[in-house]
Design a protein around this ligand. Structure first.
Ligand code: C2O
Ligand code: CU
Length: 495
């Protein structure tokens, strides 16, 4: 009798445990579903990085005297020095091999028009969406524009629907190689071709003419290209001409480029000139997804630029015919020790107002109702990711840790970060400023930036499918809030 009672109790207990277990999993599943409409301010854990804590970071109203991102715009008045109109539309593009790609492009091309402006210019860009059903925006990747010009659907503006338009205005204060791309459903729309290159040139003409070439690397329908050519292109350059080649990786994964035939110098990374770059030979350049590298060389012997694991290449020669043979790819270029040190506004010994850690891992769980191995930031699966809170003027240190087995090109909007160290080894070359930092498996970087551009800024992986699956968070300035919503009227979906 007693025995039977004990058995029955055990059975009941087992069922209860099972039900509780199912209940916990069901709750995790239920809780992970993203609401149809939400503000990025309403989720995530505020992380103050050991600095001053502010209450009331939540909610997207500006009731407590806060600033709306919509008010953090570029100059409203003044005649633009450079003005462009870009029409986003579907386009059929033909690669050099003859293959047709069903693409999306600005002005019917991909890459879109190459925009060139001068440092200091007031730039105005009118975006029109002709027929891109899901909507479009333009994000100025690497340009530290005022927040309302940043082009993030559902955070700094509403996506522009077909028939709609939006005007961006900002002053081009930096110098170098940048790119622009849609930040609405970016994991799909950028892949299909909605991007272009932006070059900010020095105010003054160079003393001697420079041949300045952009090489945008992109994969269309699985076919790797340089400037939408999927084969070897030849170009003639007069002997003795100084060349500046600007590599832009618009793909969602790293790309490697080999330069054979001549020594070259790496003169800029992510739109920032390097100090004292020395000649390199037989080096492979690794381009982070979203990252840019500029090299300089002088035209003498033929030079071959090869996009590894592809048929795309560019041969430069004085007669337009010479093509050096492809060599075994050399060792990878490493910015950590390259070039000469120079003074920086802060370094490892500065006193930091906030120190954050951004640690990427993978773990089992639910993302938007789907079970699987998910990306996590500091242990939380999106939207339970941290929100790094800063005050304007703060000096911020950030440690980025990649505890997963794939590379993550981490991109902070609105700021450039100075690399202090990698895996505990201090940067010892030229100051290395980055906006898109390739963090390889097992690596950690310590970087620093000045919080000098108030707003609500995305910080995400530029492997855009990773971002769409949750590798997305924000750096938020205290008191700034957004009136825009993810989801909602225009179906804002930045990733
Ligand atoms: Cu180039 Cu948030 O993107
Ligand atoms: Cu990633």
């Amino acid at each position: 009798m007693i025995r039977r009672l004990a058995l029955r109790t055990a059975a009941v207990a087992g069922v209860v445990v099972l039900l509780v277990g199912v209940g916990i999993v069901a709750k995790a599943w239920w809780d992970s579903r993203l609401p149809g409409t939400y503000s990025v301010m309403d989720f995530g854990e505020p992380d103050f990085g050991g600095g001053t804590e502010h209450a009331g970071h939540e909610g997207h109203g500006t009731a407590n005297g806060g600033i709306s991102v919509a008010d953090l715009h570029g100059p409203k008045n003044g005649k633009p020095d450079a003005r462009f109109e870009l029409v986003a539309k579907s386009a059929e593009i033909r690669l050099a091999s003859g293959r047709l790609v069903d693409a999306l492009g600005f002005d019917g091309t991909s890459p879109g028009p190459e925009l060139r402006v001068r440092q200091g210019d007031l730039v105005e860009v009118v975006l029109e969406n002709e027929d891109v059903e899901a909507g479009v925006t333009i994000h100025w990747h690497g340009v530290d524009v005022p927040n309302a010009e940043d082009g993030v659907a559902g955070v700094t503006q509403d996506a522009v629907p077909p028939g709609g338009r939006y005007v961006y205005r900002f002053r081009a204060e930096q110098l170098g190689t940048f790119w622009y791309h849609t930040h609405q459903v970016s994991s799909k729309e950028v892949k299909r071709g909605l991007f272009g290159v932006l070059v900010i040139e020095p105010r003054d003409e160079p003393a001697a003419p420079v041949d300045d070439l952009v090489l945008a690397v992109h994969t269309y329908d699985g076919i790797p290209t340089i400037n939408d050519s999927d084969q070897l292109e030849r170009q003639q350059v007069s002997p003795g001409t100084p060349l500046r080649l600007r590599f832009v990786n618009t793909d969602s994964f790293g790309q490697q480029v080999a330069i054979d035939g001549a020594p070259f110098r790496v003169v800029a990374i992510d739109g920032t000139d390097l100090n004292g770059p020395t000649p390199l030979e037989g080096r492979t350049l690794e381009l982070a997804a979203g990252g840019r590298i500029d090299i300089a060389l002088t035209m003498r012997e033929p030079v071959r630029i090869t996009l590894l694991k592809s048929n795309a290449a560019l041969a430069l020669s004085t007669d337009g015919a010479g093509v050096p043979a492809e060599q075994e790819p050399g060792p990878e270029f490493d910015p950590l020790t390259y070039g000469r040190p120079a003074p920086t506004p802060f370094d490892e010994s500065s006193s930091y107002d906030r120190r954050f850690e951004l640690k990427v891992t993978r773990k089992p769980g639910f993302f938007d109702g789907r079970p699987g191995r998910q990306w996590a930031i500091n242990g939380g699966i999106y939207p339970d990711v941290p929100m790094f809170m800063v005050d304007e003027g703060d000096l911020v240190e950030m440690t980025i840790v990649n505890d997963s087995n794939v590379v993550h090109p981490m991109h902070l909007h609105g700021h450039h970060v100075l690399v202090l160290s990698r895996d505990g080894v201090p940067a010892s070359g030229s100051p290395w400023w980055s906006d898109t930092l390739n963090v390889h498996p097992g690596e950690n970087y310590v970087v620093a930036f000045r919080a000098d551009n108030p707003g609500l800024w995305m910080d995400h992986c530029h492997n855009l499918p990773h971002a769409a699956k949750g590798l997305t968070m924000h750096v938020a300035y205290a008191g700034v809030s957004t009136p825009y919503l993810i989801g909602s009227e225009h179906d804002n979906a930045p990733e």
